[in-house]
Design a protein around this ligand. Structure first.
Ligand SMILES: C[S@@+](CC[C@H](N)C(=O)[O-])C[C@H]1O[C@@H](n2cnc3c(N)ncnc32)[C@H](O)[C@@H]1O
Length: 303
């Protein structure tokens, strides 16, 4: 991140020294599912727009993408009313998707939508921080897990449990695709005093929580805790201009892909594909690394 942007953002955040009292902190954390359910009771399916940008950002979501030459099985955590998963299913006739949310009302909306076909999608209620995904999904069977602004709804002490839960259903070589609210996003800087629960964790007017991620925090969760390999993990900056108010606002997101390590037989194939038989030249080493990276065995090669 640009030093000047960070300094300005830190100056704004440092002005807010208050934190929400403990009683209310516990209440917001304990009643997260209830508050999201009320959110969908008020807004029905009208709040979020369909997310048609996701295949531009993630190649895994483009039509025809296969995993180990078979059609992908996808899991969307925190699916809401289906603004992400339903367009993905429409664009990719060969995808099968699980979709879960801890708001029963949101899951009912997904099931009632025109695009929901039970032969290709299974929507179910699940709190990913405490209900085992393996109660519904066979262990290590999912190719792609997506989290679109869902980890942002989890308080820090529950984030690691959600990662472990996901890792148990991810197959070797399977990928996690993430887009969340990023550190110093305009929405974080705009919280008024009295809304902060902890560093980077806030409560909105409607009682839902919002956590702002650094790329380091994602790495800590998915690599150090979850044992996954990082494919990419970056900030995405978008400057939006409100012409009427003559105002520029800086949106910050974090976008990342992590991959489950390959098991030994898949790793053997990857090594053979990469011709790892004692590479001699710098170029051969670079190519071998590149090939292993494509198989999710190693981090991206140095630029
Ligand atoms: C910002 S919405 C995003 C919805 C959807 N992913 C989309 O792209 O439109 C966040 C969603 O995460 C769900 N959620 C939050 N915490 C959750 C948890 N612990 N387990 C399951 N779902 C959760 C909320 O109910 C809400 O539907």
């Amino acid at each position: 991140m640009n030093d000047e942007f960070v300094a300005r953002a830190q100056e704004v955040l440092a002005r807010d020294t208050s934190t929400v009292p403990e009683f209310w902190q516990n209440k917001y954390r304990d009643e997260a599912a209830k508050n999201w359910d009320k959110f969908y009771n008020r807004n029905a399916t009208n709040f979020y727009k369909d997310r048609h940008w996701t295949d531009r950002e993630f190649e895994e979501l483009r039509p025809g993408y296969t995993f180990a030459e078979k059609n992908p099985v996808l899991l969307e955590i925190g699916c809401g009313v289906g603004n992400f998963i339903l367009p993905v299913l429409e664009r990719n006739p060969s995808v099968y998707a699980y979709a879960c949310d801890f708001s029963p009302r949101a899951v009912d909306y997904v099931k009632a939508s025109d695009g929901y076909n039970p032969d290709r999608c299974h929507a179910f209620v699940c709190d990913i921080t405490q209900d085992q995904l393996t109660d519904t999904i066979p262990p290590h069977s999912v190719d792609i897990v997506s989290s679109i602004f869902v980890f942002s709804a989890l308080p820090p002490e529950k984030q690691a449990a959600a990662v472990s839960n996901i890792v148990r259903v991810l197959r070797p070589g399977g990928r996690v695709l993430i887009r969340e609210h990023g550190l110093y996003d305009m929405a974080q800087l705009r919280f008024k005093p009295g809304r902060k629960l902890a560093d980077n964790l806030y409560v909105r007017q409607d009682g839902t929580l919002s956590y702002y991620y650094s790329t380091e925090r994602l790495r800590e969760l998915f690599v150090a805790h979850g044992g996954l390999v990082e494919l990419d993990n970056d900030y995405v900056f978008r400057r939006l201009t409100n012409v009427k108010k003559e105002l520029d606002v800086d949106r910050v997101f974090v976008q990342a892909r992590f991959q489950a390590p390959l098991d030994s037989s898949a790793l053997e194939t990857a090594l053979q594909d990469a011709h790892i038989v004692g590479p001699q030249t710098e170029e051969e080493r670079r190519q071998a690394w590149e090939a292993l990276y494509m198989h999710g065995c190693v981090p991206p090669p140095a630029q």
